[in-house]
Each structure stands twice: as C-alpha cells, then as structure tokens.
Design a protein around this ligand. Structure first.
Ligand SMILES: NC(=O)c1ccc[n+]([C@@H]2O[C@H](COP(=O)([O-])OP(=O)(O)OC[C@H]3O[C@@H](n4cnc5c(N)ncnc54)[C@H](O)[C@@H]3O)[C@@H](O)[C@H]2O)c1
Length: 326
C-alpha cells in the first residue's frame, strides 16, 4: 500500500482511478480546485480543494501527508478552447505541472504518473501509432502536454525523477460500481454527445465525411476509463517496485469511425441517433489508433472492455441514471 496524491481526482478519469486505487489498497488524497470536476466524484474525506499554483496550500497538503507518489490528471482538456485561449492552456497544463513538480521536489516526492495524450502526435505518419512516432502536436492542448512530458524527461535525466507518462487515446465509458462518469462542461467527446443527442432529440454534428477512411468519417481508438484506471494502478505499482518508468500509449489498438460509434449507440439504446453532417474541424487527424504493445508487455496491461458496444453501454447506464436537465 502506498500513500498517493491524485491531482484532478474530482474529474472523469481521475475519480475512476481514485476508486480503483482504494480498491487496490492504496491510501489516496485528492487535490482538485473543482474548476471542472465535482466534489461528489471523490470518495468521502479525501478531497482537498487546492489549485496547483497555490504553493502555500500545496506545501500544507504535502506536509500533512507523506506522499510516496503523485498521479497527475489536473489539466484543462478542451482542444478547441486551447486554440482560442492558448495562454490558459500553457499556464494551467504546463505551468501547473511545473508548480506540482516544484512542490514534489520541496517535499522529496520522486515518483509521478502523468496523464498525457495522443494529441502529442498530431497527424501521425504511421498507424497504429508507436510511441517513437514523430511528436508534432497540432493544437496548444497537445503542445502543453508534450512540454510537460519533455520536462519530466529532463528531470528524470538530470535529477533521477521516476515517471510514467500514459498517452491516452479516447477515454470513454463509466464504471457502474463507482457511481461516477463523464460530465465535462462543455462536453466535447463523441460518445457522451451522441447519448445526449438521443436523450434531448437535438442532433449531434459529425465533423467531416470526406476523410480517407472507409465511410469518410474520422476513426478513433476508444479505451474504457476502467481500463485506463487499471493502467495507472499498474504504472504506480511498477514505479513503487523500482521500475524505470517511461512513456506508453494507452489504447486498445482498434479504431472505430464516428458513424460506427453512432451505430453502436443505436444498437445499445434501441433508439435512433439524431445527427447532422458538418464541415471538418481544423486539426482533426483522419485516424488515431494506438500501438499499445509496450504498455501491454511492460505492465501486463490487458484492456478488459473489448467491444465498442460494451463501452457505450456503460456510458449509457451512467447517462441514463444522471439527469442533467438538458
Ligand atoms: N478524457 C480523455 O479522453 C483524455 C484523453 C487524453 C488525455 N486526457 C488527460 O487526462 C486528464 C484527465 O482528463 P479528464 O477527462 O478526467 O478531465 P476532467 O476535466 O474531468 O478532470 C480534470 C480535473 O482537473 C481539475 N483541475 C484542472 N486544473 C486544475 C488546477 N490548476 N488545479 C487543481 N485542479 C485542476 C479539474 O477541476 C478537473 O476535476 C487530463 O490531464 C487530460 O489532459 C484525457
């Protein structure tokens, strides 16, 4: 059992991971400023409402608990918004990570698992994408994450920090036994948008139908949030056991087009998805599919959610049990 600080633990992936860490026997404290997350996502008695940039509050938290490692989810995540307000993204995502690393250094914490993203690849040259593909983000969000990865790499090289960066592909679904799910505001992710369209009757927009894919719509690699939570627990256990660390893709290796996701949602819910066709969005690659062999081999990580229908069904169960009034 290790004593872990989880930043961003009131958010979607962070809250699932907190629940999973507790199940695995770890002791967890959450740091979240609730700018995007929700107190109700955090197991009782574990929430500390603190911003990454508040050095005094961070020192108090680190002094009160002898953390052995940090799992760092806290960030802004909306790709489109990052192009409109790049400063906010670099300040919060890259600057916030630096502030966290400073606090870790002040308090002698030398292990971190970091939420990175497939957005570091931009438009990939090879699919499925291996970790050593070119890193060419096409938006400030992806760049803000790549800059954090770069910082981690140099701190590892120069001062022996141990880190794992997990580059998630498209996180989705929910874990019913935890009672948490995807509640981003504004929501920008496809599966919750499709499910909201079913509930509200207001059409969801499919961005682009002229990509070089079999049905013309973008293809993404959907990975269940419980499988991601498990990847974090494995990464943490590995670092605690003296593992070297490194950078890993986290996806299933299977790609689904937007229209395939719509069909899966119709099969799961038994209802028609209202949708309209729109223009391509700037910076949307045609296909993003992970080569996750490194994660599978190194950490023995095997995603349990194998089909798109299972993933969509778990998201639908959460969506149906939560009334958002929209
Ligand atoms: N959702 C995805 O598909 C996806 C894909 C790739 C990577 N990621 C990464 O995973 C992480 C978690 O994503 P998510 O979908 O759970 O997002 P989320 O918005 O649900 O959670 C992020 C949490 O961080 C908190 N936060 C943000 N800035 C903070 C700050 N300065 N101080 C304290 N708390 C702060 C927010 O309040 C929120 O609770 C992010 O780092 C994101 O970049 C997500």
């Amino acid at each position: 059992m290790a004593k872990i600080l989880v930043t961003g633990g009131a958010g979607y992936i962070g809250s699932h991971t907190c629940h999973r860490l507790l199940e695995a026997g770890h002791d967890v404290q959450v740091l979240d400023d609730l700018s995007k997350g929700f107190a109700h996502n955090v197991p009782e008695g574990r929430l500390n409402v603190v911003n990454l940039h508040d050095a005094a509050a961070m020192d108090k938290l680190f002094s009160a608990h002898e953390f052995e490692a940090v799992i760092h989810f806290a960030a802004f995540i909306a790709v489109g918004e990052s192009s409109r307000e790049p400063e906010r993204y670099f300040r919060n995502n890259t600057g916030g990570s630096l502030a966290l690393l400073d606090a870790m250094k002040r308090h002698g914490v030398r292990r971190i698992v970091f939420s990175s993203t497939a957005a570091v690849y931009g438009n990939p040259e090879v699919v499925p994408i291996p970790e050593n593909s070119a890193w060419k983000p096409v938006n400030p969000y992806g760049e803000s994450k790549l800059m954090t990865e770069t910082t981690l790499r140099w701190l590892s090289e120069c001062s022996g920090l141990k880190y794992v960066a997990l580059r998630y592909f498209n996180a989705c679904g929910a874990e019913p036994r935890y009672g948490v799910g995807e509640e981003h505001d504004p929501e920008t992710h496809l599966i919750p948008l499709i499910l909201k369209a079913i509930r509200s009757g207001k059409p969801v927009t499919v961005f682009g139908q002229d990509y070089a894919t079999p049905d013309g719509t973008c293809i993404r690699d959907y990975v269940h949030v419980s499988d991601l939570a498990e990847a974090h627990v494995k990464a943490l256990d590995w670092l605690m056991a003296g593992g070297e660390g490194g950078v890993f893709n986290a996806g299933t290796g299977h790609g689904f087009s937007v229209l395939e996701v719509i069909r899966a949602a119709e099969a799961v819910t038994g209802q028609k998805v209202p949708y309209i066709m729109g223009e391509r969005r700037i910076g949307d690659p045609a296909v993003l599919v992970a080569d996750s062999a490194k994660l599978q081999k190194t950490l023995n990580w095997i995603p349990k959610y194998a089909t798109l229908e299972e993933m969509v069904a778990s998201a639908w169960a959460f969506e149906s049990s939560h009334s958002h009034g929209d």
